[in-house]
Ligand binder design. Sequence first.
Ligand SMILES: [Zn+2]
Length: 463
Amino acid sequence: MVFTVPMGEHEVALRASIARAVDALAAPLHALVPARLSGDDYIQLVEEVESLGRIIDALRLRLAGDAESRSDGPIDTFGALGHASAADGLAALAGISVASATSRIHLGRAVTPSLTITGAETPAPHHHIAAAVEDGALGIEAAGVLVRELDGVARRVSPEILDEAERGLVLLAAGTHEHPPLRVDLVRMQASVFIARIDPDGARPKEQRARRKRRLRFGVETSEGLIPVSGLLAGEVGITLKNLVDAHRRSPTFADPDAADDVDVAVDADPRTLDEKRHDALAAIVGAASRAVDAPDLGGAAPAVIVTVTAEALEEPNGFGVIDGLATPVPVASIERLMDTRGHQIATLSPAGRILSLGSVQRCFIASQRRVITARDGGCIIPGCGIPAGWCEVHHVIPHRAGGPTHVDNGVLLCWGHHQKIDSGPWRISMPGGVPHVRGPGHHEWTYVTKARRWRPPLPATG
Ligand SMILES: [Zn+2]
């Protein structure tokens, strides 16, 4: 509803003040060179300009708060100028985006008094916030946070409690003589705790809304055989996963007794990007989980993945097999790695495809072997790598196809990432006397490695 009464004396005075302020500020603004100010003067000026800014913001909100009712009434202020909506008109007038104009109008409505049909003034819906904004005590950003939080529970909480909550939150955010105003990010945190307390449903509605949005999606395999993953994890799941991945991406636990100073060299020598390291940490977690599932009986339990490869393909350097559920063929090197950790079973088929014989699971390090290798190696043996033993795979140092036995003296722990690259990457492994040694970036001689804390072999004779 718009009343076209002549401008009152207050409004006339306001416009005159604005005109005087604009005039008075022009010259000092032009002359201001902040670099010439002392530290104290700089701080003081920032504070003074901010308080002026908050007054301007309060004026902006007041005007924006009336924008929508101007488009609804019989005299459409913005429509008459050809604007599609109040937000559209305000955006054009103020030179801001429609999104900014929309949120300014929304917040403005919450802190602007309105008129009834008879012309009587009704206070702003959030009058405590309005008063603090007007006094320049509460910034526009903090006011927005409070309005959003309060409106979120308005339907479930009585007006009296809501009013009291608004008063308390304004005191908290705007500060008092005893404590300074809160930073906006702290206002947001405090306000949601405060609101959860007065909401009869507590924090549940927010959590339930979030729960409904949880999802994990596996996309269509790419032409390179990668599986896209997307989704929204429940907070606790996401944080747990993030912490797990981060912890094992960051913490090198290399305890090389003879070359502890080389840790940094070894870490720097890792050419993987952060994203790649995160992926590899996740791969290790997935590997550990799949081993936990079939740990009671590695030989007989259903494997987590089924890989099919012919005996002939295994002998060819460029041979390949297929992983059940994946369209892209997998090279034999990767299949051999999987066979190291999961074992394989030989099936002889007749030309017509009938199963003639089925061997038992072979070539895989069994649980008792894995335990002693873990006691010896303590984790991925590559210097600088922090992946713990439980997440590692057991690698045949002399490949099975080259006659390497499935024996503890020929098996070492490698994380998924290092196991993948062990044939093509910079690290070499040897097992003199059944003791793991590596050579690679930062370790030009064969170096004895272990991450086990309690066990120390006799010093190897290295040159
Ligand atoms: Zn590793």
